[in-house]
Design a binder for this molecule. Structure first.
Ligand SMILES: Cc1cc2nc3c(=O)[nH]c(=O)nc-3n(C[C@H](O)[C@H](O)[C@H](O)COP(=O)(O)OP(=O)(O)OC[C@H]3O[C@@H](n4cnc5c(N)ncnc54)[C@H](O)[C@@H]3O)c2cc1C
Length: 292
């Protein structure tokens, strides 16, 4: 397909996705674009939609497993300055979807606004976190979302309320929709108390994660009543391996891609683990990782 001439400079073909995702594996995107602002985003959305191309937005790539074949469509990054801006007005933080979640957390804490500090240390972008309703210590990001601006296939935008965004346990109705901007309604709190809380959470997160491994993912949703980590330990699945992919032996809710790992090996390991857990406990472990 050919994009209109004025978009030509924006679109790259056969762009490798492996360097853009935490697992570091998978094939290329047929088309890839990083629009500089919402106007360019709208134009490219419109052109891709009218050509019938599938569109995905890539955030920080911490929750995506790209298949060996890659993605046969358009992948959009919102990492440009204008699509990742953060601003505060009274108790509200508005974030471009491409903003790093860590930046949003630090900015809100620094402004004495509570509600995002427990998300410290979760990798990725605000857009990715809102789509997957990221959570930590039992509190999810959706609980402090006031509204979400999304882009339609024709390039127009509309604003959804918290309720319309459909947040539930590690889920929202936003997957497959283009999130452009998110407004959080936060609570005024004491800056130094918030900062201390954030630092404490940061330390405890780092001690429960394989920090020496760089190519990792957190593939499963915690089932009701039990962290996935404990469930996997109790099923004897810590350290289980498939080719060059394994679950971490100390923190088995993390999947590790070692040198030589492939997407197929990841998928086979995930399948094996789900089957074992179902067989041993009757629990149908749900996948958090998005497969492209
Ligand atoms: C080390 C590690 C620790 C983690 N800890 C946690 C944790 O404590 N809690 C937790 O909930 N998760 C955790 N995760 C999972 C992951 O970091 C989160 O799900 C994160 O919010 C994903 O954000 P991202 O920007 O990287 O999304 P990506 O991986 O880039 O994308 C994930 C999905 O969201 C979609 N998406 C991203 N941005 C947009 C957008 N703007 N519009 C529409 N769709 C979009 C993508 O298309 C894709 O389907 C962890 C992952 C790792 C690797």
């Amino acid at each position: 397909m050919n994009f209109p001439e004025d978009l030509d400079h924006l679109v790259r073909t056969d762009e490798p996705l492996a360097p853009l995702v935490w697992l570091g594996i998978g094939g290329p995107a047929r088309f890839f674009a990083e629009p500089v602002d919402q106007q360019e985003l709208a134009k490219i959305y419109q052109a891709a939609t009218s050509a019938g191309l599938a569109i995905r937005i890539l955030g920080g790539g911490s929750n995506v497993l790209v298949s060996e074949a890659g993605f046969d469509g358009l992948v959009i990054s919102l990492a440009a300055a204008a699509t990742s801006e953060l601003s505060i007005s009274e108790n509200r933080l508005t974030a471009g979807a491409g903003a790093k979640l860590s930046h949003a957390v630090i900015k809100s804490v620094g402004a004495g606004l509570g509600g995002l500090e427990h998300l410290v240390g979760i990798p990725g972008t605000v857009g990715g976190a809102v789509c997957g309703n990221a959570s930590n210590t039992g509190r999810d990001i959706g609980s402090v979302v006031e509204s979400v601006k999304v882009i339609e296939g024709d390039g127009t935008t509309r604003t959804l309320t918290q309720q319309e965004a459909g947040f539930s346990h590690r889920k929202s109705s936003l997957v497959g929709v283009g999130v452009v901007e998110v407004t959080f309604l936060l609570e005024p709190r004491d800056v130094s108390a918030l900062t201390k809380r954030m630092q404490k959470l940061w330390i405890s997160r780092n001690s429960s994660r394989p920090t020496e491994q760089r190519r990792i993912a957190m593939p499963f949703v915690d089932p009701d009543g039990m962290p996935a980590k404990d469930l996997l330990h109790s099923c004897g699945l810590a350290g289980v391996r498939e080719g060059d992919v394994s679950l971490d032996s100390a923190h088995p809710h993390y999947l590790i891609a070692h040198d030589g790992a492939t997407s197929d090996q990841c998928l086979r390991l995930i399948q094996r683990v789900r089957e074992q857990v179902l067989l041993q406990t009757g629990i149908d472990l749900q996948l958090n990782l998005q497969i492209w």
